[in-house]
Design a protein around this ligand. Structure first.
Ligand code: NAD
Length: 462
């Protein structure tokens, strides 16, 4: 079979999947609240009953321990499902709106309606969480969905493809596995929403393809998330928390601290504390510690290895290519010209960049691409300066990462870090159309007041 024929076959296959889901959606299968509740319950059952299978897949793909998988993937999903299940009925109630005087009498409201057939494209770094968390939004909204897990996490991809149809309504949800070619074939199809999580380069491909069908997109991207630490902060706790946020998943986290901004004095005090925090988590030999994740692929390992700089290494720096592991590493006296500052690190290397003052740090962040997350460790009362002086998807004061575990606040980027947001009720709205409803009685016929001829009396009323 020629490459072209193979491509046609993939396109035909994904076309059939999308047609099938669209037919289901048209028949109204996904609309009843009871059906949505049942799907959420089924997802909760999958997460509970198949925990060990999911842990094994995450171990195979990223060397992730069961404990870390529970904390950062399965547990988050379970809480998100439970949160949505409990509140969905209330969230779906029509929301009344005020009717201005010239439109009265009348009633106005909005209702959430399903968008239709959606596409969820997931990355490899939290391959379970980032495939299924958006799916919770699709279920809640009454959409059908194609889930495209990442080919770089093949065990998780296979597990999702195996388990999802066994638990969820296969008429409405399909898993399509494959690489860029399959994703491209999917993007040829008309969807009602494309929800993409991943890097900026592919995001452009996704958005261009979606534009052909005028399909809306949610883009959950990455970038360099800065951490500012000053001398007023509790440096022991700050170091522990930064280390935790950085070295879970070996730094392969979109909202992980990418680099630290600090004055020289703070940097000097912080660097050994970060090293000590890494030792507390992963011992003296992290390369051989089973609780420490590996790098996803040789390509990413080599990229990260190229960012190491022995001359600037304050701690760590060791690597084991066959095991795809790189030690938790702190680099000091790093400048903007260093390769590690020229790209999103997305790995276990933490550069510390010296700044002269908090004001310089704020200006630096404000002048750069808008990050997905920003973290600030200070006991000074400068929160407002950070909140109003910079733009980012989120800010964590005193803690990294945990903002994504609060379903009541949106998770998403701004500018180069993405568009649209989800989690909690926002997942429902991200996958819904907010339809406007206006009801006006025909008597009294006040619309006459709005139509010509415009008499003096009408002008006064308007
Ligand atoms: P990726 O962009 O390589 O892959 C993501 C998906 O895109 C995969 O399903 C893949 O099959 C598909 N894809 C890859 N190449 C494609 C192509 N040419 N055409 C069509 N589809 C293609 O994933 P990645 O970039 O390695 O992920 C890491 C990035 O994702 C980082 O920048 C990280 O910060 C970001 N990220 C963001 C979030 C978030 O929630 N905002 C979460 C995780 C990762």
């Amino acid at each position: 079979m020629s490459a072209e024929q193979a491509e046609d076959l993939v396109e035909q296959r994904v076309g059939e999947v999308v047609d099938r889901l669209r037919a289901t959606h048209r028949r109204g299968v996904t609309k009843p609240l009871a059906w949505r509740h049942a799907q959420l319950d089924a997802l909760a059952a999958l997460l509970l009953e198949q925990r060990d299978t999911l842990y094994a897949a995450l171990k195979a793909d990223l060397g992730k321990s069961a404990d870390e998988s529970l904390v950062t993937e399965v547990g988050l999903l379970q809480r998100e499902v439970a949160h949505t299940r409990r509140r969905l009925r209330g969230w779906l109630r029509p929301s009344p709106a005020v009717v201005p005087l010239p439109v009265q009498p009348g009633t106005a409201a909005t209702v959430l309606e399903p968008l239709g057939v959606t596409l969820i494209i997931a990355p490899w770094n939290y391959p379970l969480l980032l495939a299924l968390s958006p799916l919770i939004g699709a279920i809640a909204a009454g959409d059908a969905a194609v889930v495209k897990p990442s080919e770089l996490a093949p065990a998780t991809s296979r597990t999702i493809a195996d388990l999802l149809p066994r638990y969820l309504d296969a008429r409405a949800f399909a898993v399509v596995q494959g690489d860029a070619e399959t994703t491209s074939a999917l993007l040829e199809q008309r969807f009602d929403l494309v929800f993409y999580t991943g890097g900026e380069h592919v995001a452009r491909i996704v958005m261009r393809a979606a534009a052909e069908h005028l399909t809306p997109v949610v883009l959950e991207l990455g970038g360099k998330c800065p951490v500012y630490v000053d001398e007023s902060a509790d440096l022991d706790v700050a170091a522990d928390r930064i280390a935790w946020g950085k070295w879970m998943n070996a730094g392969q986290t979109c909202v992980a601290p990418d680099h630290v901004l600090a004055t020289r004095r703070t940097a000097e005090a912080l660097a050994p504390r970060l090293a000590a925090a890494a030792r507390r988590m992963f011992g003296d030999d992290p390369l051989r510690n089973d609780a420490y994740c590996r790098i996803v692929s040789e390509r990413h390992f080599d990229r990260l290895h190229g960012l190491l700089d022995p001359a600037k290494t304050a701690s760590g720096g060791g690597a084991d290519r066959p095991a795809l592991r790189i030690e938790p590493t702190v680099l000091t006296r790093v400048g903007d010209a260093d390769p590690v500052m020229q790209q999103e690190v997305f790995g276990p290397i933490l550069p510390i960049v010296e700044v002269a003052s908090e004001r310089e740090a704020i200006e630096r962040v404000a002048d750069g691409p808008k990050p997905l997350a920003l973290y600030v460790f200070t006991r000074r009362s400068s929160r407002r300066a950070w909140t109003t002086g910079t733009s980012s998807g989120s800010i964590g004061f005193g803690v990294p990462l945990l903002q994504l575990a609060v379903p009541g606040i949106p998770f998403g980027g701004v500018g180069a870090s993405g568009m649209g947001a989800y989690h909690g009720r926002r997942s429902l709205t991200a996958f819904s159309h907010e339809k406007a409803l206006l009801t006006k009685p025909t008597r009294p016929d006040t619309v006459r007041l709005l139509s010509p001829p415009f008499t003096e009396l009408k002008r006064r009323v308007l």
